[in-house]
Write a protein that binds this ligand. Sequence first.
Ligand code: ISE
Length: 357
Amino acid sequence: MTTAETVAGVLPELADVPSGELRVAVLGVGMMGADHVARLHSRISGARVVAVSDAFVEKAEQVAADVPGCRVIADPLAAIGDPEVDAVLIATPGQFHEGQVLACIGRGIPVLCEKPLTMDAASSLALVRAEDSYAARTGRRLVQVGFMRRFDPEYAQLRTLIVSGDIGEPLVVHCAHRNAAVPPHFTSEMMITDSVVHEVDVARFLLDEEIAAVTVLRPRPSRHAVAGQSDPLLVVFEMASGRIVDVECFVSTGVAYEVRTEVVAEDGSATIGLDLGLVLQTGGSPRASRSTGLAPDFRERFGRAYDIEVQRWVDAARRCTIDGPGVWDGYAASAVCTAGVAALRSGQRTEVGLAQR
Ligand code: ISE
């Protein structure tokens, strides 16, 4: 059987595509979107970028010029509606995600949406409801959310270790999320919605339960912090079962991109993100592989995770499904961030009100 026949048997939209490749439109070609275009073009199999869209048309033209056959479609909704587009990767600013994801659900095509799913819990819930109603009619899920850390080999190894029970019941998780620098428009609220949002997903992914309440502490700000910003922040998640996850979010360290996670469990602890591989401490001596240096930014630190994420999304889209965090995970993260922003502003412990599924 040729690839085209295999795929045509599964995803009806690909029946007319001679190569059987998934024809992807990438919306938003800033730093992350341009990185995804390059990834899809050069490292991912079974897909090709046929259209790009960006508010800055010149930028879109520049990116399209490197991809043979790629068109610039200025209006993102027109790109979603284009009959030669089978799937969409959204990397536009968060405020545009709701309408764009809704349009993909409306057309019944798979979408990988970069985080955050939307800017608040209510709009994310609207997407959950829209996809649920599509799934009830067709049995298909369409929306995958770009929490790439789930695809990072170290995070995957850490989760496997927890699930194995070898370190016993996890009790506390310590996360450090440090960026060397952020742009001047980056507010304290964005530290929650743009940075800590990854730790929200990590906490839910590693511990397999929801976050019940959030508290945000503001230590004395660094003199390097963007004016008016509380940097660093200390964010505490109370998990539904009573475990605690603490997150130090510090986005103007001037050092490097450092994302670390330590799980402290009843019979040992394990740490990732030290550039040492997974470091396990269980009564014997710590075990670690050798260090190779710190990554300057998230594209380098999580490059492999992004490659795995996008390849698995393409493979799944060709089989009419998703393979990774879905719309509920995006909604849960939005709900925690909405509570987190309220906690940041009020200084009070804030409960997360999750809707019923
Ligand atoms: C950025 O948007 C990301 O998603 C990075 O992974 C995160 O570490 C950074 O803080 C965010 O600004």
